[in-house]
Ligand binder design. Structure first.
Ligand code: PGA
Length: 255
C-alpha cells in the first residue's frame, strides 16, 4: 500500500520526439494540482530527453519502457540503466508482455533487468500476467508465481520498498476487455500473498493494467488491493489521461 495512488502511462511505440514534446507541453498546461497521485510516464527511449526538457521540475516523473542489465557494451538496440537515468528517467518498466511475446524476453532476463534498474536507483515496474488460455485452464496463479520467482531472487529485503508490480492480464491489454473487479481483486490478493510469503518487510505494491479507461478506472482503483494503474491507450489521449488523473485525485487513499 502506497501513501499515494500511482498512475503510470506507457506510451509504447507512440509519440516520437516532436509529438512527445508537444504532448508534454499540453499535459503540463492541462494538469491541475496533484496531491493524492503520483503521475509517471514512460515515453519511447528516443523521446525521453524531449519529454524531460519540458517536464523536468514538474511533478510528472519520467521512465523507460525497458532497461538492459549492463551499463554499456555490445548490446545493439538496448538501453543502459545509466543512460536512462542520465536522460531523466526515475523508473523503468520491465517484462511488459509485449516484450515477452514479441521479443522473447524470459522471466530470468526480466529479473536481471529488475536488479540492474534497482542498482541504478531506478524503480522497476515488473509486469506480469497470464494469457487467456492460461486463465481459462486455471493456470493463472502458477504462471504468476513462475514469472515472479526469479525476480524475487534478485530483490533484497531493503530493495523491496522500491519495487512496483503490475498485474496485466495479456488478454486485457489493448483489447477493450478489462478484467472483472473480482478477477482483479482475487489476483492482486494472490500476488500480495506471494510477496508477503517471501518475507519482505515492506508491503507489496500492485498496479492493474489492461484496457483501463475513465469509465472503469474509478471502481478498479477503489479496490483496496489496487495501488494504481498502468495505462497504455488512454495515456496518449490527453483528455482521457487528464480524466484518469482527476479520478485518482478524487479516490480516497485507503482504497
Ligand atoms: P492498454 O495497455 O491500457 O492499452 O490496454 C496497457 C499496457 O500495455 O500497459
Amino acid at each position: 500500500m502506497r501513501s499515494k495512488h500511482l498512475l503510470v502511462g506507457n506510451w509504447k511505440m507512440n509519440l516520437g520526439p516532436t509529438q512527445a514534446r508537444s504532448f508534454a507541453e499540453a499535459l503540463l498546461s492541462g494538469i491541475q494540482s496533484v496531491t493524492r497521485t503520483d503521475v509517471w510516464i514512460a515515453p519511447p527511449a528516443i523521446s525521453l530527453c524531449h519529454a524531460a526538457d519540458v517536464l523536468s521540475g514538474s511533478p510528472i516523473v519520467l521512465g523507460g519502457q525497458n532497461v538492459h542489465w549492463a551499463t554499456n557494451g555490445a548490446f545493439t538496440g538496448e538501453t543502459s540503466p545509466a543512460f536512462l537515468r542520465e536522460a531523466g528517467a526515475r523508473f523503468s518498466l520491465v517484462g511488459h508482455s509485449e516484450r515477452r511475446i514479441y521479443f522473447g524476453e524470459t522471466s530470468d532476463t526480466v529479473a536481471q533487468r529488475t536488479k540492474a534498474a534497482l542498482n541504478e536507483g531506478l524503480t522497476p515496474i515488473v509486469c506480469i500476467g497470464e494469457t487467456e488460455g492460461e486463465r481459462v485452464s486455471g493456470k493463472t496463479e502458477r504462471v504468476l508465481e513462475e514469472q515472479l520467482a526469479p525476480v524475487f531472487e534478485q530483490v533484497s529485503n531493503d530493495d523491496s520498498a522500491r519495487v512496483v508490480l503490475a498485474y496485466e492480464p495479456v488478454w486485457a491489454i489493448g483489447t477493450g476487455r478489462v478484467a472483472s473487479l473480482s478477477e482483479i481483486q482475487s489476483t492482486h490478493a494472490f500476488i500480495l500473498a506471494l510477496w508477503a510469503s517471501r518475507g519482505y518487510q515492506h508491503e507489496g505494491v500492485v498496479l492493474y493494467g489492461g484496457s483501463v479507461n475513465p469509465q472503469n478506472f474509478g471502481s478498479i482503483l477503489a479496490l483496496k488491493e489496487v495501488d494504481g494503474a498502468l495505462v497504455g491507450g488512454a495515456s496518449i489521449k490527453l483528455d482521457q489521461w487528464l480524466q484518469l488523473i482527476a479520478i485518482a485525485e478524487h479516490t480516497p487513499l485507503a482504497g
